[in-house]
Design a protein around this ligand. Structure first.
Ligand code: ADP
Length: 498
């Protein structure tokens, strides 16, 4: 009998389900978008019931597509949008408020207050995060403070909190199991990543009752079984990890110093730092990596806010291209950018600059500047920003990157991948299967139950799609980087007071 591992990939805009076979190939896929709610400027919400219903319906659909029964599914692994906060009633399973999505800025003022209180350095030290409204802590506090009756019910032990992984496991087990994994816990800004426990000090600062919290478990272990009626029989739930950690695992970055970058709307870079939790000097986050063992591994994480989004901007606002993929042909039609640099600091700049005031800038325009140059400059800007984060990681970790594994929608762009290799002076490796986020969750679940014997067997599954080797000389590379550094200086200087 054929058996598969089911990955539930609960993302920010859609719920997906992929069934993987032993070779790590996707044999069935189903996907469903769900509603985004923007009740006020800067606010983002999801309906937790729609997250659940879309997720369970794609699970059934992926099975039906290939005629798989519950006996054919050996285990379920979950990967999810991180940090999004849900509170629900333990007795009825009903959410007390919509899910507050990671992107939601409503609690920015609470982070300012933390800084005023001098509590940010404690948060930094214990959680490895740079305090921000992204993380779950202030979102939970907001629901407790602002939604009538919720604090009383929480204090009476009637409510549960969870990130999306917890919420799905709760529903899959019909309220029998309230757990999360280390990687998701490490994004709540309530979890002490060194002691591997919820921090009483932080909980008390935010006035969050400990009774709300799920039990925290390794990313690869048997959490429980699905309720019989849901998918036709009991299925083991045995893996969970936040999306970026799951992708790191799916890319087989098991060893210290290995790095993956996901090129999506933004970029997410993670470096496995082994058993060391490295405290960044360059504004990167320290976080827990997904592991197949009980012992925890750590990662450094850096992000680029605007990556594929710059390509969307060329398409939707500048109207220079009709499809994102056309950017490749335009960029390749010219030798270089003709001296043009584009810094897409539309929402300030992230690591290693952390400058919220920087703004989008184009420099170096001469009479000969054509649309092709402009498009090429936009693609190159993605690679420059990625390089900036990698340099910061190398400095923090003292580890030199030897190759970069890539995934995400924009990693399909060969021009971009080649330019990235040229700039880094290292190889860029694009796997044959770029569904690495879902694959990571499948691997975590499959390893827990012996579907795959060990990480070595999984490593054999990682297949190279294409390798991009650097072709530029060091002198030219340095010249390009110098131009980028000057362009960034301009983007930052523009917002300075006179
Ligand atoms: P997300 O998960 O953040 O929604 P995806 O991994 O689906 O992102 O990637 C989509 C992003 O990649 C979009 O911002 C899009 O503009 C960009 N993109 C997709 N294909 C290409 C391409 N061939 N070249 C450049 N950018 C691309």
């Amino acid at each position: 009998m054929e058996t598969y591992i089911m990955a539930l990939d609960q993302g920010t805009t859609s719920s997906r389900c992929i069934l993987f076979n032993r070779q790590g190939q996707a044999v069935s896929l189903a996907q469903k978008e769900f509603t985004q709610y923007y009740p006020k400027p800067g606010w983002v919400e999801h309906d937790p019931r729609e997250i659940w219903s879309s997720q369970i319906s794609v699970a059934a659909e992926a099975m039906a597509k290939i005629g798989a029964k519950s006996e054919n599914i050996q285990a379920i692994g979950i990967t999810n949008q991180r940090e999004t906060a849900i509170l629900w009633d333990r007795a009825t399973g009903r959410p007390v408020y919509p899910a507050i999505v990671w992107q939601c800025r409503r609690t920015a003022d609470r982070i300012e207050a933390c800084k005023k209180d001098g509590f940010d350095s404690i948060l930094r030290r214990k959680t490895g995060l740079i305090p921000d409204a992204y993380f779950s802590a202030t979102k939970i506090a907001w629901i407790l403070d602002e939604v009538p009756g919720v604090r009383r019910r929480a204090e009476a032990g009637e409510l549960a909190f969870g990130t999306v992984d917890s919420w799905l496991i709760w529903n899959l087990t019909r309220g029998r199991i309230h757990v999360t994994d280390y990687t998701n816990a490490s994004r709540t800004m309530l979890f002490d990543i060194h002691k591997l426990d919820w921090s009483r000090e932080i909980l008390s600062y935010f006035n969050i009752p400990v009774s709300l919290l799920p039990e925290v478990k390794p990313s690869s272990c048997l959490y429980g079984y699905t309720e019989k009626g849901l998918l036709g029989g009991e299925i083991a739930i045995a893996g969970a990890a936040g999306d970026q950690q799951s992708a790191l695992f799916g890319q087989c970055c098991f060893e210290e110093g290995q790095v993956k970058n996901t090129y999506g709307t933004g970029c997410f870079l993670l470096m496995n730092t082994g058993e060391k939790a490295i405290r960044s000097e360059a504004g990167l986050l320290t976080t827990i990596a997904a592991g197949a063992e009980d012992r925890v591994q750590y990662a450094l994480e850096g992000s680029v806010f605007v990556a594929g989004a710059a390509v969307q901007w060329l398409r939707d606002e500048m109207r220079m291209i009709r499809k994102a993929s056309q950017s490749e042909a335009y960029a390749g039609a010219v030798e270089d950018t003709n001296g043009v640099y584009l810094v897409p600091a539309f929402a300030g700049m992230g690591a290693p600059y952390w400058d919220p005031y920087a703004r989008g800038t184009v420099v170096g325009i001469t009479r000969g500047c054509k649309k092709e140059h402009f498009i090429r400059a936009a693609l190159e800007s993605i690679a420059y920003q990625v390089e900036d984060v990698i340099k910061a990681m190398e400095e923090d970790s003292g580890i030199h990157l030897e190759s970069l594994k890539v995934d995400g929608g924009a990693s399909a762009n060969d021009f971009l991948m080649q330019f990235q290799a040229d700039l880094l002076g290292e190889r860029v490796l694009r796997p044959a299967c770029i569904e690495t986020t879902a694959l990571g969750a499948a691997y975590l679940a499959g390893l827990a139950l012996g579907y795959w014997k060990d990480k070595e067997e999984i490593r054999q599954n990682w297949q190279l799609g294409e390798a991009f080797a650097p072709r530029l000389g060091e002198a030219r590379r340095e010249e390009l980087r110098k131009g980028w550094r000057r362009a960034v200086r301009v983007a930052r200087a523009y917002s300075e007071e006179e």
